[in-house]
Design a protein around this ligand. Sequence first.
Ligand SMILES: NC(=O)c1ccc[n+]([C@@H]2O[C@H](COP(=O)([O-])OP(=O)(O)OC[C@H]3O[C@@H](n4cnc5c(N)ncnc54)[C@H](O)[C@@H]3O)[C@@H](O)[C@H]2O)c1
Length: 258
Amino acid sequence: MLKGIAGRTAVVTGGAGGIGSATCRRLHAEGANVVAVDLDVAGLQELANQLGERLITVVADVTDEADTERFFAAAVAQFGAVDMFHANAGVESRVVPVMALDVADLDKVMRVNVRSAFLGAAAAVRQMATQADGGKIVFTASIAGLKGDAGVSVYTASKHAVIGLARALAKETAAQGIRVNVVAPGPVETRMMRPLEDGLGALAGTDGAGLQAILKTVIPMGRYAEADEIAATTAWLLSDEVPYMHGEVVTVGGGLYP
Ligand SMILES: NC(=O)c1ccc[n+]([C@@H]2O[C@H](COP(=O)([O-])OP(=O)(O)OC[C@H]3O[C@@H](n4cnc5c(N)ncnc54)[C@H](O)[C@@H]3O)[C@@H](O)[C@H]2O)c1
């Protein structure tokens, strides 16, 4: 068991998705109370069926300020505190070169990936600052937050922004006992990879399956991560096992980065 998770309360956004639901399951297995937040009603219900007690689900839009206040308030009302926050909800961008920019896609991705991270961070810190033992925040960025690849400038810029937010926030919150870190995965076997494979495949003159095969030759470990492997790193960062890790960006990429 990881130190400092049992009996504490975690809020996980994108909690119905691949990585978010894996984090919910892992933290729950470590004994945490879990608040899973998502727009995906059916996905949240499935998680609730799996985990039962010590889990509540909140249907909310993480890009909305009032919704964000509402899911933090629900966590405090149900469990009395928010000790851990996994700011994880996110969307992929369309795969297009900058010269073919889709402005609607740009606005959507920035709202979901960046605006939501700011809103969630602000609400989390306001709550954690009232708690004697502070709290921990982990953002899900991506290896795309540390490097650039053709066709995915919008997603790349959004994840660079998340890392920038986390680095600045870490400087603000250290004195309040609020640790802030980032998990930056390479490709993970979730829904999100399918449209990216299709789009990047089209750029490379192949299809989604062909692109996946190419990617797996580029990843030194020769495979995508499982969502549970990202959840394990997130849980570790949210635990009391690593009290001096603060403002760090932890890549989980099977050797892909650097
Ligand atoms: N899958 C990968 O290869 C990969 C790699 C690196 C980083 N990431 C990041 O991991 C995070 C989780 O992605 P995933 O792979 O689990 O994908 P996913 O699509 O399975 O999960 C994303 C979840 O976010 C939810 N969501 C989207 N917009 C929302 C909104 N406005 N309000 C509330 N919930 C919303 C979706 O409903 C979904 O359940 C994302 O931030 C993604 O960018 C994924």
